[in-house]
Design a protein around this ligand. Sequence first.
Ligand SMILES: NC(=O)c1ccc[n+]([C@@H]2O[C@H](COP(=O)([O-])OP(=O)(O)OC[C@H]3O[C@@H](n4cnc5c(N)ncnc54)[C@H](OP(=O)(O)O)[C@@H]3O)[C@@H](O)[C@H]2O)c1
Length: 436
Amino acid sequence: MAQSLLQSSTATLMARATATETGYSTAQLPPKTRNSRVLILGGSGRVGGSTAIALSNLSPQLQIVVGCRNREKGAAMVDKLGKNSEIAQVNIDNMDSLETALRDVDLVVHAAGPFQQAEKCTVLEAAIETKTAYVDVCDDTSYAFRAKSLNNRAKAANVPAITTSGICPGVSNVMAAELVRAARSESKGEPKRLRFSYYTAGTGGTGPTVLATSFLLLGEEVVAYNKGEKIKLKPYSGMLSVDFGKGIKTKDVFLLNLPEVRSTHEVLGVPTVSARFGSAPFFWNWGMAAMTKLLPAEYLRDRSKVQELVKWFYPVVRAVDGIAGERFSMRVDLECSDGRNTVGVFSHKKLSVSVGTATAAFALAVLEGSTQPGVWFPEEPEGIAIEARELLLERAAQGTTNFVMNKAPWMVETGDEPKRGWIRNIRLNVQKRKRN
Ligand SMILES: NC(=O)c1ccc[n+]([C@@H]2O[C@H](COP(=O)([O-])OP(=O)(O)OC[C@H]3O[C@@H](n4cnc5c(N)ncnc54)[C@H](OP(=O)(O)O)[C@@H]3O)[C@@H](O)[C@H]2O)c1
């Protein structure tokens, strides 16, 4: 199956977009992969479901298989997708169930998180075993590098695989790769510092697993790079106020341990890299910072304890989402040795929709033959070929409220002062007075 994907490597250049009544521009897949069967694990969840919808809109001839444990939830998704879709009951913790489900599909999209503290890359192993192309939306460093360690096995099996696709990581890695490429080709000096900043109102409309992911990440020390040195920092520390441009303006963001920091440091060779995340309303940031202080790290790294915590928190968080909205923005900053800075900004009204469109864009790139056999990060040219990046970004950016690349910061910034809430402003004023 994977072989047929590879034979169509020129297809990316041939891909032409046609606007449809769904608002998506449909992709012209090569004849060999046009009717491919794509299994979406976690297809009944928010990210997987949104990916299924985006894929069937972008390429209506694909056969979408919704992989889930809970049949009812899977059936509801199949009803939404209509013809060309079906359910497969799969438990990713059971290798037999996985291999059976993968046996007759061409591509598997793994969105059945959480990826944090998982012991094995079962889905990727089954994909290699059954020679099925693979894409995941992993947002965990250990998991992503364990997946990467299967590179030679995937190469030997002729299986193309991308780990850490999605929006952030995923599209953010490709944005970083393009900023670095542009800087080097325009002789702006050597790329010196790369900074990823992400903002989501509430959960961005994603599912309970994303909340579990956030809590599990609070239990991990943050790995960042400073002038080539690996450094370890406290989670949800190192606040920065970042201007995300029109529609979002300035928001506070905090350090988190995310895989794109290590992968872009290693792949793109940028010596200083960090990633930060912030939420709204502002008290979610306080809550996250308080959790890292009040709960022991071992507690926050325990998947079953965190799942229990999520049962309590999720209804409250979803209720606040109703007021806060689901907006999402990311900004990637590149600083070069000649002092010139360039940025990329990507904003959308709904994270849950945007992550599906982005993941679908990666799946289409694999079906178009842009990915070599092996396991790749999105910024590696063997993962998304350099000439396929523009199309990937164009597809992923459908529905965005703001998408700019390779601009000077002043061209995207609003100059807005962060709104932090009156209690925080009083605290900051007291701190300022004490310092003076
Ligand atoms: N890279 C990115 O840009 C990005 C962005 C956002 C989120 N994410 C990641 O996306 C993942 C999913 O988030 P979400 O909001 O979609 O969560 P969600 O709505 O809670 O959905 C999780 C899905 O995973 C399935 N699942 C869980 N355990 C499974 C197992 N053992 N076997 C089979 N299926 C299983 C669930 O199916 P059942 O209900 O049938 O059990 C459900 O469909 C998270 O891990 C998150 O970190 C990545």
